[in-house]
Design a protein around this ligand. Structure first.
Ligand code: NAD
Length: 253
């Protein structure tokens, strides 16, 4: 039912975790997919191989997106090969610990540079091409933390909350150009990002118990809603935040 043949998707942080699952799912649905990696070229090459297994084209490019020049270069490189980007998935992000009163400015800036500034760099670079094409879809991967806050991760929560405001603002600004923009806000997901905290079985169990659906999401659980959002099934949706958290933020939980 969802058919993305002929579509070109650019997925940041597509070499692992949620980005990887999204890259594979969009390719399975028919899209050609470009991903970046920072250090792990081997992981990115493995994703490329899988995508090619679906008969799709995959571009793998090295880019540290916290640097504006590298973000712009990534977009230009994809454009130089494909001439367009139909879907931009801003997925790359970091989650670090920071206790207020002791948090260094470096920790704060590092989070803002990737989780927020890089999203601006990517959207700012892609939008002129989407306008030229007469449309496009952007999905920002935010977080439950951006909705309800997160103690000891206030910098992370602030960066993700800012994505919600950015998304809602641009939804109206870009609608006349046929560009839709939405957020997917995951709760806990079983990826490398949380591997260290989930290594403690007691902590993991306490998290599972706190989630109404009593399970921690797999990366594929987030990729599904992203696929839906880029597809025409979501053609009337823009400026929304899709919460994918097993019911975690409901007041009755
Ligand atoms: P992950 O750590 O497995 O993946 C993060 C990705 O970001 C990696 O592919 C990495 O290469 C990329 N990245 C890191 N620094 C980068 C940089 N400077 N330039 C370019 N790319 C860079 O984690 P994940 O769980 O797959 O996270 C994906 C997104 O989901 C993030 O935005 C994260 O904040 C969000 N999220 C994750 C969870 C969770 O519990 N895992 C919950 C809510 C939201």
């Amino acid at each position: 039912m969802i058919k993305l043949e002929g579509k070109k998707a650019l997925i940041t942080g597509g070499s692992r975790g949620i980005g990887r699952a999204t890259a594979l799912l969009l390719a399975e649905a028919g899209a050609d997919v470009a991903i970046n990696y920072v250090r792990n070229e081997k992981a990115a090459a493995e994703v490329k191989l899988k995508i090619e297994g679906y008969g799709r084209h995959c571009l793998v490019l090295k880019a540290d997106l916290s640097q504006e020049v590298e973000a712009k270069k990534l977009v230009e490189e994809v454009i130089s090969v494909w001439g367009k980007v139909d879907y931009l998935i801003n997925n790359a992000g970091i989650w670090t610990y920071g206790e207020m009163g002791q948090m260094s400015t470096e920790i704060w800036r590092e989070t803002m540079q990737l989780n927020l500034d890089a999203v601006f760099y990517m959207i700012n670079a892609v939008v002129p091409y989407m306008k030229k094409e007469g449309g496009g879809v952007i999905v920002n991967v935010s977080s439950t933390a951006g909705v309800r806050g997160e103690a000891y991760h206030s910098h992370y929560a602030a960066s993700k909350g800012a994505l919600h405001a950015l998304t809602k603002s641009l939804a109206v600004e870009l609608a006349p150009y046929g560009i839709r923009i939405n957020c997917v806000a995951p709760g806990w997901v079983d990826t490398d990002m949380c591997a260290e905290v989930f290594a403690d079985p007691e902590f993991r169990r306490s998290i599972e118990n706190s989630i109404p659906l009593k399970r921690i999401a797999q990366p594929e659980d987030i990729a599904g809603p992203i696929l839906f959002l880029v597809s025409d099934l979501a053609r009337h949706m823009t400026g929304t935040i899709i919460h994918v958290n097993g019911g975690s933020v409901l007041c009755g939980a």
